[in-house]
Design a protein around this ligand. Structure first.
Ligand code: SF4
Length: 372
């Protein structure tokens, strides 16, 4: 039973210098036609009740009020959400009018793309907002009593120092969000940052400096009462992202829209990326042109480990047995024993988890679970 669905809005008001997501500048794009195509794809989904719905991008809040109304009406008239309905938002685009519309349509969680609390760095990132927009937005959310929002941040940004991390932590302390995502910058091909890095012009920390910043992030958030539940995610109480846990628990989900990924009936699928191709395929064929890969049983074992070990809770042995009908020790007994001996994993009898040392060399640990 699939419990989660993701919908992708690939439009942005400006393209950020580090971004390799599926996105286009919104100007002169066929946005209305895209929403119609997305609605057609919604109609191909058999499941009607979801634990989590996530609308991401791109930037969903780049849509106009009318477009948002059409989209939300289409979602809520087709699907019931029992738990968590998240919308991604950019701080400068989330007007009070849009907030009212989102909340009255059942959205109960906002994932706010803050990235940094340093205006100079925000400019380098190519963001359209400034710290002032974030301050105004949070003040408004606090005034209306809306608590369930995540501040989404990045670290190891060009020119960033530990002082910037302290500044961000002081904003977190003042704003009291229930959730923080704080990812390290990854320099991806086909981005402005990639070209700068290639030419030696991207001023970011080396791996030692990056580890120091990560430690400052983790200890700073812990000091503010956040519990780390994933390598880059932190929550107060039980405000973890239920939707993102679908991915880390290696459960299946639908992915709708241009360039979106899904995991359905043991197949990893990815929709065609260009917006016009996506619209044409929905109009001409009634389904999105997509690549599809049958996930083998060995790939399922590997993914269960890679993804589950990202969670602080780790990989559950009983869940593994229930899912695959085989004890984890039968598949990975030797690897687990060796990694425990090297103090990179812990095994408490039910959960296999990364140790602190293991977290610092996560990719090396994950590679031990490749079956071929
Ligand atoms: S980071 Fe977000 S807002 Fe910036 S270009 Fe990428 S999708 Fe758009």
């Amino acid at each position: 039973m699939i419990k989660s669905i993701y919908m992708h809005i690939p439009f942005c008001n400006r393209i950020c210098t580090y971004c390799d997501f599926t996105k286009v500048l919104i100007d002169n794009q066929p946005v209305d036609e895209y929403i119609d195509a997305l609605i057609k794809e919604m109609d191909t989904v058999e499941t009607k009740t979801f634990k989590t719905i996530f609308v991401g991008g791109g930037t969903p809040t780049a849509l106009s009020m009318e477009q948002l109304e059409t989209l939300l009406q289409a979602i809520t008239s087709r699907f019931e959400c029992t738990d968590e309905f998240t919308f991604e938002a950019n701080p400068d685009e989330l007007t009070t009018e849009k907030i009212d519309l989102l909340l009255s349509s059942g959205v109960n969680r906002l994932s706010i793309g803050v990235q940094s609390f340093n205006n100079d760095i925000l400019k380098i990132l190519g963001r359209t907002h400034s710290v002032h927009h974030v301050e105004n937005l949070i003040e408004h959310l606090q005034n209306i009593g809306f608590e369930n929002y995540s501040l989404d941040l990045m670290y190891n940004l060009p020119g960033e120092t530990l002082k910037d991390i302290e500044t961000s932590l002081s904003y977190v302390k003042a704003f009291k969000p229930k959730h923080i995502s704080w990812y390290s910058l990854i320099v991806e091909p086909h981005t402005v940052f990639y070209n700068l890095a290639r030419d030696g012009k991207l001023n970011i920390a080396d791996s030692v400096g990056e580890a120091k910043i990560y430690e400052a992030v983790m200890s700073g958030l812990e000091g503010l009462g956040f519990r780390q539940y994933e390598i880059s995610n932190f929550a107060i109480d039980d405000y973890e992202s239920e939707h993102n846990k679908t991915y880390w628990l290696n459960d299946e989900y639908y992915g709708l829209g241009a360039g979106s990924h899904g995991y359905v009936n043991s197949k990893r699928v990815s929709n065609v990326r260009p917006v016009t191709h996506y619209i044409d395929s929905m109009n001409d064929k009634g389904h999105a042109v997509r690549e599809s890969h049958d996930v083998t049983i060995n790939e399922k074992y590997e993914e269960e480990m890679f993804l589950g070990l990202r969670l602080n809770q780790g990989v559950s042995k009983s869940r593994f047995k229930e899912k695959f009908n085989v004890p984890i020790e039968t598949i990975y007994g030797e690897e687990i024993e060796q990694l425990v001996n090297r103090k990179l994993l812990k095994d408490d009898g039910e959960y296999i988890t990364l140790t602190e040392d293991g977290r610092m060399v996560g990719n090396d640990v994950f590679s031990e679970f490749l079956t071929s």
